[in-house]
Ligand binder design. Structure first.
Ligand code: ITT
Length: 209
């Protein structure tokens, strides 16, 4: 399908403040009226899919059904080559404090440390290649949907560096760079990120731009 996104309000079906900010900035030039799932009080559906596409569609469809509006969801994660693509769709789960401390909430420093600990266990010559994957899904209340996939290739560094961005940004060094994503200002990250790559495909199809 192509070019259906229009003047209707678009629900941004994420409860992640970092993603919400980035998606808002990416959409800003297109004059789309956006509202977040959080501000509508929409519940977070369980992410039971085995792929980024499955989970992005689960989130977009749940928001479209409960709001009666088109909804855009993002499912994303860090895939580490030497860990057979893990944490992958479980990237957010690896930050759950429950897992480490039996408490609710997420701790990204612990999550980055878990990845680093597994790599360290493979020895000093472990392959540190990885990529961020992002799937953006749009669902309409009538059941129609569209899916766009993006990637950012890179390597993992340790210790974490930088204060910008969110999630695993302090350990991700994009290909051809020496700085981590957390050392890139938002505009620089938007030029090369997995989310921007997926968004460029969405824009090409939805807006013909
Ligand atoms: P929603 O499902 O509400 O959108 P979430 O944080 O649970 O929020 P995901 O299930 O897609 O989202 O988890 C993806 C995780 O991958 C996310 O929590 C981040 O830690 C990480 N991630 C995704 N994109 C990232 C980026 O651009 N920079 C750093 N980390 C990122």
């Amino acid at each position: 399908m192509s070019g259906r996104l229009g003047s209707e309000t678009l629900v941004i079906a994420t409860h992640n403040a970092g993603k919400l900010k980035e998606i808002g900035a990416l959409l800003a030039p297109y004059g789309i009226n956006c509202i977040s799932a959080g501000s509508l009080g929409l519940p977070e559906p369980a992410e039971t899919g085995k792929t980024f596409v499955d989970n992005a569609l689960i989130k977009a469809r749940a928001a479209a059904e409960s709001s009666g509006l088109p909804a855009l969801a993002d499912d994303s994660g860090l895939c580490v080559d030497a860990l057979q693509g893990r944490p992958g769709v479980y990237t957010a789960d690896w930050a759950e404090r429950q897992w480490f401390e039996g408490k609710p909430g997420r701790d990204w420093y612990l999550a980055m440390g878990k990845v680093e600990g597994l790599l360290a266990g493979l020895g000093p010559d472990a392959d540190r290649s990885c990529h961020f994957a992002c799937v953006l899904a749009i669902a309409w209340p009538d059941g129609e949907h569209a899916v766009y996939e993006g990637r950012a290739m890179g390597t993992l560094t340790w210790p974490p560096r930088g204060t910008m961005g969110f999630g695993y940004d302090p350990v991700f060094v994009p290909k051809g760079e020496t700085r981590t994503f957390a050392e890139h200002d938002p505009a620089e990250k938007h030029a090369i990120s997995h989310r921007a790559d997926a968004f460029a495909k969405l824009v090409a199809e939805q807006f013909g731009a």
